[in-house]
Design a protein around this ligand. Structure first.
Ligand code: NAD
Length: 268
């Protein structure tokens, strides 16, 4: 039988997507729900908006959707969230480590507290969630761990020391997780997007527009064209589709990979 990622069914599976109240995480969560997965949402935002999001996803896709606002810089909160997910859903089948923050500054001015926060949220949280779910996944004989890294997990850019270091770390963790689960039915891969227009990147567009006295459109065009030969942002839905592919049977023997979704950024 041909293996079609388009018809991948995740019915009966539960996905925890960290940082899924916004941007890429929300798009991945919605794509997984559209394939039948129950969801545990996580991330920050106004309580009313998060509840509206939770109920919209549940009603639209006919899946169970829960929310836990655990701060991903807090290992004890992560432990509580995973324990809650086990009690409510019986376990986590798909873990998407997506929560992330950015801070842009030259090394000599980089605030130490921003370094610590970026490493905690973008890297250490991936370790904590993984260590807490991997034994159950191995015991079940199926699991998917998707780490949303970045092109900055594979190359550097100025003024992003903490982010680039954390994302390179995520790719290292992805490889070790893949090796330790290689015979178990569990896979672990990193997705490495180029620019995606989310609130995280909008801040960088705003900074560029202000610094260089550019219009929003010109700041966006320059940001993208400096790095991406495709000359357009990657869409959130495109990243969602790649995540679903990695959860499909076609990707059963794909593990330890860092997959760029970057309009040829890294081909240069
Ligand atoms: P975003 O700002 O739209 O979303 C970030 C999400 O993480 C939000 O839900 C936010 O509430 C959550 N979050 C932040 N701090 C948290 C914390 N301490 N605890 C729990 N949740 C927290 O950003 P995005 O662009 O969608 O980024 C998502 C991921 O994609 C990040 O890991 C980012 O590094 C990565 N990424 C983004 C781009 C891009 O161009 N936007 C490119 C490559 C990789």
């Amino acid at each position: 039988m041909p293996l079609s990622p388009a018809t991948a069914s995740l019915t009966g599976k539960t996905a925890l997507v960290t940082g899924s109240t916004s941007g890429i995480g929300l798009a991945i969560a919605e794509t997984l729900a559209s394939a039948g997965a129950n969801l545990l949402l996580n991330g920050f935002g106004p309580a009313g908006e998060i509840e509206a999001l939770r109920s919209r996803l549940a009603e639209t896709y006919g899946v169970e959707v829960a929310y836990d606002g655990a701060d991903m810089s807090d290992a004890a909160a992560i432990e509580g969230m995973v324990a809650g997910a086990k009690a409510r859903f019986g376990g986590i089948d798909i873990l998407v480590n997506n929560a992330g923050i950015q801070h842009v500054a030259p090394l000599e001015d980089f605030p130490a507290d921003r370094w610590d926060a970026i490493v905690a949220i973008n890297l250490s949280a991936c370790f904590h969630t993984t260590r807490l779910v991997v034994a159950d996944m191995k015991a079940k004989g199926w699991g998917r761990i998707l780490n949303v890294a970045s092109v900055h997990g594979l190359v550097g850019s100025i003024h992003k020391s903490a982010y680039v270091a954390a994302k390179h770390g995520v790719i290292g963790l992805t490889k070790v997780t893949a090796l330790e689960t290689a015979t178990s039915g569990v896979t672990c891969n990193a997705i490495c997007p180029g620019w995606v227009l989310t609130p995280l990147v909008q801040k960088q567009v705003d900074a560029k527009a202000a610094e260089q006295d550019l219009s929003q459109e010109e700041a966006k065009r320059q940001l993208v064209c400096e790095r991406m030969p495709s000359e357009r942002f990657v869409s959130q839905e495109e990243v969602g589709g790649v995540a679903l592919f990695l959860c499909s049977p076609a990707a059963d023997n794909m593990t330890g990979v860092s997959l760029p979704v970057d309009g040829a950024w890294l081909a240069q």
